[in-house]
Design a protein around this ligand. Structure first.
Ligand code: NAD
Length: 259
């Protein structure tokens, strides 16, 4: 394959969870632009229909599918729908995630469980479903889990989120070693603070804006800043990479003040 084509995703079927907003929606667009057929998964399909419609309008192939990552049966049905539309899914982005901030002593059982159910169980159910189907079809594939720099460092008031994301980093290694021999690669991206709809107001005004001073490059990430890492890990360009987590954070993690 010519070096200029190594990020090409033509002929690939990509499934992205949590695709209705923020990074997930951006990942869908980036993958479609590089030729993948895209399956955009959200708890309610109507929420992701506009993401799929935009891709189709631009000449790409995409469908919107409902799927709740905390429910393995629901995830299996989303993969069924994907397979029916485009064939075996061979590029997966386990992106759905939530943060329920709060000091540890004030965190309820329910909030702890909800965070783990989404960020940890959800990533596992998605990756496991993808691998089962790839193994059954005898096909290679690539899975990217979305972790966070809070999977490495910690800040006060984020215990459940940080623990769940650290587990995603470890899960990425554990799954990679099981499936590497079968041609299924598992990697992760650990983003720093990236401006999306849910945090735009906070990060661009007042106290939130000051947090940019802790980032060596002096700014927050933009959604498109993750495109390169995503395409690298999912495409032929990353064919010798598995079990790794790429940090994309403008140097935030290595900054003296930490995260
Ligand atoms: P977001 O809230 O816009 O995206 C998360 C998506 O996951 C939402 O669309 C939400 O509806 C979906 N989701 C939540 N629970 C779900 C469930 N049970 N089933 C299916 N979908 C569900 O926020 P984002 O910033 O785009 O975050 C995407 C991922 O990136 C998350 O895993 C997040 O932890 C991670 N991340 C984000 C940042 C950042 O600064 N934006 C930094 C590090 C990591």
């Amino acid at each position: 394959m010519a070096a200029r084509d190594i990020l090409d995703m033509s002929g690939r079927v990509a499934l992205v969870t949590g695709a209705g907003t923020g990074l997930g929606a951006r990942f869908c667009m980036a993958l479609a632009e590089h030729g993948a057929a895209v399956v955009a998964v959200a708890r309610r399909a109507d929420k992701v229909e506009s993401v799929a419609a935009d891709i189709v309008k631009g000449g790409g192939r995409a469908i919107a599918v409902s799927g709740d990552v905390t429910d393995s049966g629901s995830i299996a049905r989303a993969f069924d729908a994907a397979e029916k539309a485009f064939g075996t899914v061979d590029a997966v982005v386990a992106n759905a995630g939530i943060a329920v901030p709060g000091r540890a002593v004030e965190t309820s059982d329910e909030d702890w469980r909800r965070t783990m159910a989404t960020n940890l169980d959800g990533v596992f159910y998605t990756a496991r479903e993808a691998a089962k189907r790839l193994l059954a079809a005898g096909k290679p594939g690539s899975i990217v889990n979305i972790a966070s720099i809070l999977g490495y460092g910690v800040s006060k008031g984020n215990a459940s989120y940080a623990v769940s994301k650290a587990a995603v980093v470890q899960m990425t290694q554990a799954l990679a070693i099981e499936w590497a021999f079968k041609g299924i690669r598992v990697n992760a991206i650990a983003p720093g603070y990236v401006i999306t709809d849910i945090n735009r107001d906070y990060l661009t005004e007042g106290r939130g804006r000051e947090m940019a001073r802790d980032i060596p490059v002096g700014r927050f990430g933009q959604e498109h800043d993750l495109d390169g890492a995503l395409l690298l890990l999912l495409s032929e360009a990353g064919s010798f990479m598995t079990g790794t987590t790429i940090t994309v954070d403008g140097g935030h993690r290595i900054g003296l003040r930490g995260v």
